[in-house]
Design a protein around this ligand. Structure first.
Ligand SMILES: Cc1cc2nc3c(=O)[nH]c(=O)nc-3n(C[C@H](O)[C@H](O)[C@H](O)COP(=O)(O)OP(=O)(O)OC[C@H]3O[C@@H](n4cnc5c(N)ncnc54)[C@H](O)[C@@H]3O)c2cc1C
Length: 330
């Protein structure tokens, strides 16, 4: 373990942050000894992938394990699917490209999402009309309560919109590999805005490239302007709440949610409160996309959190809807 471990280049917001200790994990069997070292020092242990869905505090008084377990393996066909097992430290987008190169379509709508494969199930990543759950078979994770490697099926993971059993029990499970099930009889999923002008026989590679182009146009590049993608979930509210909002604001976007509920656009709510392009010190809201909180250079976790608090209060006061932050404060 390396003491006083610098995390600034390990989070896409680019916040200055350090951990008491840090280590890179390249194999699952390194985890048990790292965990016992952390326990012997009385320190908490957390894992970090690409740092693209966290707001890091200036100091994490514990041990950070940087997930770097590699490996991609085509396990073969099972029924209607081909199974692919991937190490948790693999880069998500490079995995998407690799599956397309191997003529295994199914992940193309999820192209361009930063971060690691191991983090993808944590919030059931989703984009352009597809969620990880639709391509998920199982994963292997270390349970930090008994240091045992366990296999989790799709049902065990209890996935929903940007949610999973793992997100509800932060830090307990460390994902070491993920097995995906890619459809043998693939059909393009072109229902989402940005893709719905493509021809119905568009191939997966073109869809992947289109998704990346649209994403690059809509979202600021975190390498140039630090950010963590969408900073708030799209709120899912009861139908009567959505109807009241629609009565006052008929133009407010709404989408069908699960169980008769309605998904609202967090970006629309934030923009209507005048936050697009707003700044608080070195933190700000992107002028490209109201859902993206950015670091203009030198922002601290406190500034980011204060700005997020202002947004939550303003949206709740104006629309009666409480936004939930997506990146974890770690
Ligand atoms: C520009 C941009 C665009 C984005 N677009 C999308 C999008 O379209 N859709 C979407 O869903 N998300 C999006 N995100 C969010 C983010 O990329 C995803 O949530 C991604 O899966 C996070 O991966 P990571 O490796 O960076 O996770 P990290 O930020 O490192 O970690 C996130 C959480 O997962 C935990 N974790 C990480 N690895 C493991 C592991 N191996 N085992 C157990 N826990 C782990 C961490 O402890 C932390 O709680 C975007 C982010 C950015 C910066």
């Amino acid at each position: 373990m390396t003491p006083d471990f610098d995390l600034q280049r390990h989070n896409t917001l680019g916040l200055p942050a350090r951990a008491r200790f840090g280590a890179t994990i390249t194999q699952a069997d390194e985890l048990a000894s790292l965990l016992s070292e952390a326990a012997a020092r009385g320190l908490p242990f957390r894992v970090l992938g690409g740092g693209s869905n966290v707001v890091l505090r200036p100091v994490f008084d514990g041990v950070i394990g940087l997930m770097a377990i590699a490996g991609r393996e085509i396990l073969g066909r099972r029924g209607d699917h081909t199974l692919v097992r991937v190490g948790a430290g693999e880069n998500w987008h490079r995995l998407v490209e690799w599956t397309i190169q191997h003529d295994l379509p199914g992940l193309e709508n999820l192209a361009g999402i930063p971060g690691t494969v191991g983090a993808a199930p944590i919030q059931n990543i989703g984009a352009y009309g597809c969620e990880l759950v639709e391509r998920f078979e199982s994963l292997v994770a270390l349970d930090t309560e008994d240091n045992a490697l366990k296999t989790f099926s799709r049902d065990d993971c209890d996935f929903s919109y940007r949610q999973s059993m793992f997100k509800r029990t932060p830090g307990r499970f460390i994902v070491v590999s993920v097995t995906l099930a890619l459809p043998n009889a693939w059909r393009p999923n072109l229902g989402y805005p940005g893709l719905n002008t493509l021809a119905s026989d568009t191939d997966a590679r073109t869809i992947m490239q289109t998704v990346v182009t649209v994403r690059n146009r809509k979202l600021p590049d975190w390498r140039k302007l630090g950010n963590a993608g969408s900073f708030f979930h799209n709120p899912i509210v009861e139908a009567d709440v959505a109807d009241r909002l629609a009565a006052d604001h008929p133009q407010a976007p709404r989408y069908p949610g699960a169980d008769g509920r309605v998904k609202l656009s967090a970006a629309w709510l934030i923009e209507r409160c005048g936050f697009k392009g707003h700044r608080l010190g070195s933190a700000g809201v992107s002028d490209q996309h109201a859902l993206v909180v950015v670091n203009h250079g030198g922002a601290t976790q406190q500034e980011i959190s204060d700005l997020a608090g202002q947004i939550v209060s303003a949206v709740e006061a104006r629309f009666g809807v409480r936004l939930v932050q997506e990146p974890e404060l770690l």
